[in-house]
Design a protein around this ligand. Structure first.
Ligand SMILES: CSC[C@@H](O)[C@@H](O)C(=O)COP(=O)(O)O
Length: 338
């Protein structure tokens, strides 16, 4: 991704491996500053994923892959390292896919590097397929952050927008602020700004207003886990946006690589939904909302039923929910995904 550092445009990745450390852009600090977090063992990897130094399903997977390669080089107890890293967050399937990939490849550094390269290249392909769905002057809604920060580069939902913009299509993006962690307002807005793509941040409860007024004509979001029937988990608030899109006849696309599809689950009912600390909801800029004794509920994801999805944009092409069997066979035949 392009990043402006002291007036100079530089290309950087969200996650990389250097001198036996896993390097992460600290996403808790964006957009204020670009700081690098260096993970030196599997406990650091656990901390980084759990506390969202790194977040976004594919980026979590790549971090786990590098983390296991690092742990193996450091002669950590690998059973313990796998257990620690897999307990960091429950919802994104990419985490478990990456751990299985590393187990099957003896936790080697070359395997982790290959995993990262594959995921990055696949998200670029998602961008190319997704670009075919975007017309000049489209006004596109997105939720949370499914951009380069959430992968390694390119993104999933944002990759089509970046490629459309680079190919000269003028587009405008409506960015849901995405309470409580504000991935939209902080991360997506920052990425679009770096890329020179026009956008406005909107309050989480404003999408219906803009859809009804005809201001939004397309929605693209990412996913954390997609079941065999196309029900999918994504950041809390995605479900209501999908329902609103259907009511307003707005196409609603989900962009995700093969590593996010969990075909062992028939429907979205079995997707584990992470419940995070209530203080993420209660505390805003270090001040507390509501009464001192008040409590909050904080599910990090919701599940959108497949009937609200127009199609899935993947590195294998674009598939309507009723075509997911075909995608299942393609993923099954793909040696990297096995
Ligand atoms: C390409 S990222 C896809 C999803 O992981 C993304 O939309 C999302 O919901 C991220 O949630 P987060 O809690 O920030 O990890």
């Amino acid at each position: 991704m392009k990043v402006n550092i002291n007036g100079e445009s530089k290309a950087i990745l969200a996650v990389w491996f250097e001198e036996n450390q896993v390097k992460l852009i600290d996403q808790r600090k964006i957009p204020e500053t670009i700081e690098i977090y260096s993970a030196k063992n599997s406990d650091d990897i656990y901390y980084a994923i759990k506390n969202m130094v790194v977040r976004g399903a594919p980026a979590i997977g790549v971090t786990a892959a590098y983390g296991l390669a690092m742990a193996s080089k450091n002669m950590e107890d690998m059973e313990k390292a796998v257990k620690t890293i897999s307990s960091s967050r429950p919802t994104a399937y990419d985490l478990f896919k990456a751990i299985d990939f590393m187990k099957a490849n003896n936790f080697s550094e070359s395997a982790a590097r290959r995993y990262a390269l594959e995921i990055t290249e696949r998200s670029r392909k998602i961008g190319e397929y997704g670009n075919t769905l975007i017309q000049a002057n489209d006004h596109i809604l997105t939720h949370c952050n499914a951009g380069a920060l959430a992968v390694v580069d390119w993104g999933t939902a944002l990759a089509p927008m970046r490629i459309a913009h680079d190919s000269g299509k003028k587009i405008f993006v409506y960015v849901d602020e995405t309470r409580p962690r504000l991935q939209g307002a902080k991360l997506t807005a920052w990425e679009l700004q770096q890329e020179g793509i026009d956008y406005s941040i909107i309050a989480d409860n404003a999408a219906g207003y803009f859809m009804k007024n005809g201001d939004i004509n397309l929605a693209i979001v990412g996913a954390d886990r997609i079941a065999a029937n196309g029900d999918f988990a994504n950041k809390i608030g995605t479900y209501e946006k999908a329902v609103l899109a259907k009511v307003n006849n707005i196409p609603f696309y989900v962009a995700a690589p093969g590593s996010t599809f969990d075909f062992s689950l028939k429907t979205g009912e079995g997707i584990p939904i992470e419940e995070r600390d209530e203080n993420e909801v209660l505390m805003v800029n270090n001040s507390r909302l509501g009464p001192a004794e008040g409590h909050a509920k904080n599910p990090a994801f919701d599940v959108t039923p497949h009937e609200y999805v127009t199609a899935f944009i993947t590195e294998y092409g674009i598939f309507r929910p009723e075509e997911l069997r075909k995608l299942h066979s393609l993923i099954h035949e793909d040696l990297f995904m096995r």
